[in-house]
Design a protein around this ligand. Structure first.
Ligand code: FES
Length: 156
């Protein structure tokens, strides 16, 4: 996702207008804002607070409470490698090492060009396919480090 110098808040205004006068709108507005911008930068949160007449502290309170919201920019590709028990015993640690080497970032980090965010999670609910990773919404099962690197290179 390319990042403009100044954010165009017009699509966000459309969303806020849609929810005008509805109670309980803050979370859906934040979700839609994150869909638009990929994360929730301070400018966006301030705009939402002003337009919905919600104290900014309350907006931050919601965003920091729910794990689904991101305050920092994320990569175009979100790579989640499972290191839960089933995946761990089938070699997930080696995949994690290989991905960190390939991308030059550690788990939990985003590459400087904002192409990749790499995360380690603990059970993706597909233990039968272990070791498993999810790249954006696609599940990759029975992975080896080599397959994982090949898959990542194909994203480029
Ligand atoms: S432990 Fe990895 S999918 Fe369940």
């Amino acid at each position: 996702m390319s990042q403009p110098e100044t954010l165009d808040l017009a699509p966000l205004d459309e969303v806020i207008d849609e929810f005008a006068g509805k109670s309980g709108a803050l979370i859906p507005i934040l979700q839609r804002a994150q869909d638009i911008f990929g994360y929730l930068p301070p400018e966006v949160l301030k705009h939402i607070a002003e337009r919905t007449r919600t104290p900014l502290s309350q907006v931050y309170g919601v965003v920091t409470f729910y794990a689904q919201f991101y305050l920092t920019r994320r990569g175009k590709y979100i790579i989640r490698q499972c290191d839960g028990t089933a995946c761990h015993v089938r070699g997930a640690a080696k995949i994690i090492d290989a991905v960190e080497r390939e991308l030059g970032i550690r788990a939990g980090e985003t590459s400087p060009d904002y192409k990749y965010t790499f995360e380690v999670v603990y059970c993706l609910g597909s233990c039968g396919l272990s070791p498993v990773a999810v790249i954006n919404d696609k599940v990759h099962g029975r992975l080896t480090p080599e397959q994982m690197i090949r898959t990542i290179r194909e994203l480029k």
